[in-house]
Ligand binder design. Sequence first.
Ligand code: XIL
Length: 294
Amino acid sequence: MLQKHYSVITPGYAMKMEHIQPERGRFNFHDADYILDYAIEHNLLVRGHTLVWHEQIPDWVSKSSHSGDELRTVMEDHISSVVSHFRKKYPGRVKYWDVVNEAFLKNGEPRKSLWTKIGNGNLDYLSVALLAAKRADPSAKLFYNDFGTEWNPKKAKAVYQLVRDLQNKDIPIDGVGFQLHLETEPFDPDELKRQFSLFHQLGLEVHITEMDSRIKVDDGLSENELNGQLESYRNALRVCLESEACKVFATWGFTDRYSWIPSEFPGYGSALPFDENYGAKPVFWTIVDVLRQN
Ligand code: XIL
């Protein structure tokens, strides 16, 4: 399935901090290397995901009482070890890194997490992280990745302002990831288009990084819900194809058999292009249609 229909893959878990550095200084690259070997064998590129996030952090970090300075060392060591490992072992293969994930709240304010203890301002850690990633792999493209920006103007504004500030400070940033975890009600494609073009004007790439569109399945699956889902996929892919800045359109998983939706959103499911038995769903054929038209 992956070999036939995809050209870029993202490890959903294997590169997250709690998994890849379960104890300080002990790295567990086994699962991620397995994915990288697969990518090499089948000629796929990899989006590295994710170096700095407030979730899925090991206890030795989250349950410690590290000072801001110690956390800075922890974060820099983590980024440098992980990024260097893949650069050395698989040169050029992890072409993109989600360096920082989900730094903002719904209201556009910086999300307080342990990482915000680093430096003086709430967002200082982003500069530190991006610089560390750049040192470890100067040719990888460095991304900021978040959800909800396609519909939430406060968050969208915050991400745009962040990118401007980073650029003004000469901090390396190459792109913005739009996760696009959607419910079935359609989002506004013109708004997404507008945002893509704003980032394009700043010289950045944009990626749709984690698309899925969940349906409330515990009460059956209505025609309306299905149509809404198809419209979401159609619009997202169209906007991506029509935008010069958009280089990757990725779904978060590909088969409903392995999707985070049912456990994270009880009652919901059926969010991906392939069903639980790897059969192509209407979403898949919608994607094919849009690709044919373009
Ligand atoms: C999810 C994984 O799919 C789950 O298995 C895990 O329990 C939680 O994280 N945004 C992200 C992804 O950037 O890393 C998340 O992945 C989904 C939301």
